[in-house]
Each structure stands twice: as structure tokens, then as C-alpha cells.
Write a protein that binds this ligand. Structure first.
Ligand code: CP
Ligand code: NVA
Length: 309
């Protein structure tokens, strides 16, 4: 396993399978109320340049469940916010903590941090990738399907960081990713080409109905990601025909599932009816952030879950 988890393709299919299995195991332990303090005495530093609900709470509670400790670090309260260099911060934090999770505007910040850190670095979301989200999503689908290969996921809307991560995961999971986006909001060619070169099946279309027709999973995310706020009006205009509503859902197979990484903006990328409807599995996705990240932390900090006695 690589030192860091900056992209979903920093793990191979065997590591993915093993992390998902460990995640399901710790989920069972937690639900049974069985202690699982496998990272006793370990500390995780968490740097958030942007807002977060799920990532922050799931990492913090995850470390507590594992017998460790997490520190929330706001760059504005650190010397980072006063100009201390990323590379210096990385080397200093590595002397105190056992791993660092960073949510940053610029993916390059996380890469630089990882380059200088001697402890594992986890990407908690950047402008281009959100691997912890897709890891939890893969776990969520693995709870419902014994084999993910040949499932078709239709991404509807903005070709953003979560979409890029799904595209990159195509070769890893064997799932087919069909993205329906307006031409100006398609994922970057470099990401698509990288995924295809690794053997991933990725198709880009414009028409959401074409994408969902044979889909097992419909996935969407907000139209205005953190950092894109100044483009709000033009994004709402360009994406207005990309809402997952009951009319679009009716074009998909009747057992198709609906996923959303949250936060959701009801009435924009998804309607209240679909988000709250029987095909939606969004709350399981959110919960599984906790379990999947605990498995990831054990892997990165301790080489995996200890064998059962
Ligand atoms: N899905 C997700 O990462 O949510 P937060 O922004 O609340 O962490
Ligand atoms: N694409 C969204 C994901 C939020 C979890 C953003 O970057 O804001």
C-alpha cells in the first residue's frame, strides 16, 4: 500500500477489497457495541481549508472509536494562515501525529504536503478529487451487490471532483461510468484519458435520459462546488436540465439506486421526492464514510486491522 491516499487509484483492487471488508467488520463491531480500539494512542491531524460536516465528524468520531484522537486544524488559526509554508507545516506535523487528513482548494497543496510529510496523508477533498467519498460509496454498493463489475453508474450534472473520482475508479471496480453533463461542465479530458488508459469504461454524453436508460445507479452532486461560488448563476443556467427528478428516474430501470455525496440542494441537482424516496441510499453513503475511513486509517497507520484472536 502506498504511504498516502490522495486518489482512489492509490490503492489496487486487492487493497480496495480488503479495506471494504475491514470497513464492514468495524461497522458490525460498532453496531454490536464491541470495543475496537485498534489505533490506541494514535493521532490524526485534520486540516480543513473548506467547510465540512461529514468528513470532519466521521474522521473525528472514527479516531475516537479506534481509541485514538483527532485534531481539527483551521488553517486560519495556524501559522499556515500567516504564510508558513506547506512543506514546513507538513514536516512539523509529522513529528507530532500519525497521519494527516487535508481538505484543500488546490489539489497541488495536498500533493506538496504529502511529499514533505513522513506520515500518511489523506485527501479529504480537493478541487479535483474526493477519494474518501468514493471509497465509502463503493462500500455502500458492496453491501447491496455481491459483484460491482458490470454495474453501470450514471453521473448526472457537473463533472466535478466526485465525478472525476468515479471516473478514475472505473478500472478498479470494473463498473461502467456514464457521465451526462452539459458540454462546458464535462470532466477534464486528462482524467477521462487516464481512466481509459487503465482499462476503465467511461462514456460521456449530453443527454441525461441516455445515461440513465440502463443504469444500476444514478449519482449526482451539487452544481456549485466549494470554490465555484462566483459562477453560481451561469452554473444554474447551464445545468438546469440535469436534475434527478421523478421523471428522469422513471427513465431508469425500476430497481436503480440513487446516490448523492451530500450536501444536497433540493430543487437543483435532485428533487426532495427523489432524495427522500425509496430508491435513495444517501444516508447509508453518509454513514459509511465513518466505517470506510476507519478501515483506511487502520491500513495507513497500522498496516491493516489486527487479526482476530
Ligand atoms: N460529502 C462530504 O464530503 O461532505 P462534507 O463536505 O460535509 O464533508
Ligand atoms: N463537489 C462538492 C462536494 C462536496 C462534498 C464540493 O467540492 O463542494
Amino acid at each position: 500500500m502506498k504511504k498516502d491516499f490522495l486518489s482512489i487509484i492509490d490503492i489496487d483492487e486487492y487493497e480496495l477489497e480488503s479495506i471494504v471488508a475491514d470497513a464492514m467488520h468495524v461497522k458490525r463491531l460498532k453496531s454490536a457495541g464491541t470495543a475496537h480500539e485498534f489505533l490506541k494512542g494514535k493521532s490524526l491531524g485534520m486540516i480543513f481549508e473548506k467547510a465540512s460536516t461529514r468528513t470532519r465528524v466521521s474522521f473525528e468520531v472514527g479516531m475516537t472509536d479506534l481509541g485514538g484522537h483527532a485534531l481539527f486544524l483551521n488553517p486560519q488559526d495556524m501559522q499556515l494562515g500567516r504564510g508558513e509554508e506547506v512543506r514546513d507545516t507538513a514536516r512539523v506535523l509529522a513529528r507530532y501525529v500519525d497521519a494527516v487528513m487535508i481538505r484543500a482548494y488546490d489539489h497541488a497543496t495536498i500533493e506538496e504536503f504529502a511529499r514533505y510529510s513522513t506520515v500518511p496523508v489523506i485527501n479529504g477533498l480537493s478541487d479535483s478529487l474526493h477519494p474518501c467519498q468514493v471509497l465509502a460509496d463503493i462500500m455502500t454498493l458492496s453491501e447491496r451487490f455481491s459483484d460491482l463489475r458490470d454495474l453501470r453508474l450514471a453521473w448526472i450534472g457537473d463533472g466535478n471532483n466526485v465525478c472525476n473520482t468515479w471516473i478514475l475508479s472505473a478500472a478498479l471496480t470494473g463498473m461502467e461510468i456514464v457521465v451526462a453533463s452539459p458540454p462546458d461542465y464535462r470532466p477534464k479530458d486528462a482524467v477521462i484519458n487516464q481512466a481509459r488508459a487503465a482499462g476503465g469504461r467511461v462514456t460521456i454524453v449530453t443527454d441525461p435520459e441516455e445515461a440513465v436508460r440502463e443504469a444500476d445507479v444514478l449519482y449526482t452532486d451539487i452544481w456549485v462546488s466549494m470554490g465555484d461560488e462566483q459562477e453560481r448563476a451561469e452554473r444554474l443556467r447551464a445545468l438546469k436540465n440535469y436534475t434527478i427528478d421523478s421523471r428522469l428516474l422513471a427513465r431508469a430501470p425500476p430497481d436503480a439506486l440513487v446516490m448523492h455525496c451530500l450536501p444536497a440542494h433540493r430543487g437543483e441537482e435532485i428533487t426532495d421526492e427523489v432524495l427522500e424516496g425509496p430508491q435513495s441510499i444517501v444516508w447509508d453513503q453518509a454513514e459509511n464514510r465513518l466505517h470506510a475511513q476507519k478501515a483506511l486509517l487502520m491500513r495507513l497507520i497500522a498496516g491493516g486491522m489486527p487479526p482476530a484472536d
